[in-house]
Design a protein around this ligand. Sequence first.
Ligand code: FAD
Length: 337
Amino acid sequence: MESNKPKLAIVGTGMSGLACADGLGQHFEISLFDKSRGLSGRISTRRGKAHAFDHGAQYFRAKTELFASWLKPFEGNGHLQPWTPRHVYFGADGSRKAHRDVSSKFVFVSGMSAIGKVLLADRPDWKLYLDCMVDLVTGNAGKIFLHCGEERFGPFSHVVLAMPPQQVQALVTPNIAFADALKSAQMIGCHSLMLGYRDQEAPDMDWDCAHFEDEILGFSAVNSTKPGRSGGFAIVVQTKHQWSELHIENNLDTVGSIMKERFETITGIKTDASGYNRVHRWRYASTQTAAASEGSPYLLDKATGLSATGDWCRGSKIEDAFLSGSALAAQLVSQLT
Ligand SMILES: Cc1cc2nc3c(=O)[nH]c(=O)nc-3n(C[C@H](O)[C@H](O)[C@H](O)COP(=O)(O)OP(=O)(O)OC[C@H]3O[C@@H](n4cnc5c(N)ncnc54)[C@H](O)[C@@H]3O)c2cc1C
């Protein structure tokens, strides 16, 4: 059924795009676009034949009441559950300490990326275009078109670009009102090593989460210990962002070899997992310099009818992306309705 609400497009279905859509859905007809085949952006789950890996964000933390209450329904229906891993801290001097971290951590039970699918199942009015890379934005405020290769979508009254700043930059004109803020935002990379062990290979572990005081490695998690996970024994190892930034163009096999050698040296755990053994590169993983303020954590150009949102507007966590998308939605509702 055709709706008589104004049409609004959101490009990017990560946390910021989803939060923005949720704040706008009552007032606008929402169309969501993503270049990936799945939803949820960096809240991502890679599936092999017998293993699954959250190779992007590991868990949710809600420090604000707003985010905690938005997550509540997912907890209520069992999709989101607490995860209480055993932590260990590996010091630079070779020391090893059990690390007590009592902060609440939540994960989606079938895989972190389920957040998008679960949300959209409850929002049947939203139009979704996956595998659809927006490569051009044309038109003017009130009548904007999105182009994905040969296809054209629109007109839209407003377009939200919910993606890392470098990707926003590729879609807007250099003289857009928020050009300077966009340029000032800096993001750095990360590599995730995914190790899927067959049953007979699974190492004996006395930790589920490791933190490293190391130049190369930052964090590791035994993904298969998260609640509700099926599949084989799975470990994710992530680099320090600064190290990845220096090696961002390197061959992934070389990066993988370096990460494995370091992981074995520090933890004593073998990395010759034969079920799955790959590295993923995140070019834009974490915010180095935020683009906006906590009070108005988004970028908006009324003249062109374009806005931008993402974790990079205020920080580098899922909650930052949520708060950015929600704040932009509130602003657009007051401005456009
Ligand atoms: C390795 C790693 C570990 C992390 N660990 C944690 C953690 O444990 N806890 C935590 O809170 N946070 C963590 N984070 C950060 C968290 O993932 C991000 O803060 C959050 O997911 C960002 O959401 P976003 O909407 O801002 O951007 P994104 O999730 O990057 O979403 C952007 C979306 O835009 C799409 N897109 C881009 N360009 C186009 C285009 N031209 N056309 C169509 N679609 C496009 C992309 O495909 C993507 O889906 C981690 C991140 C990484 C990479």
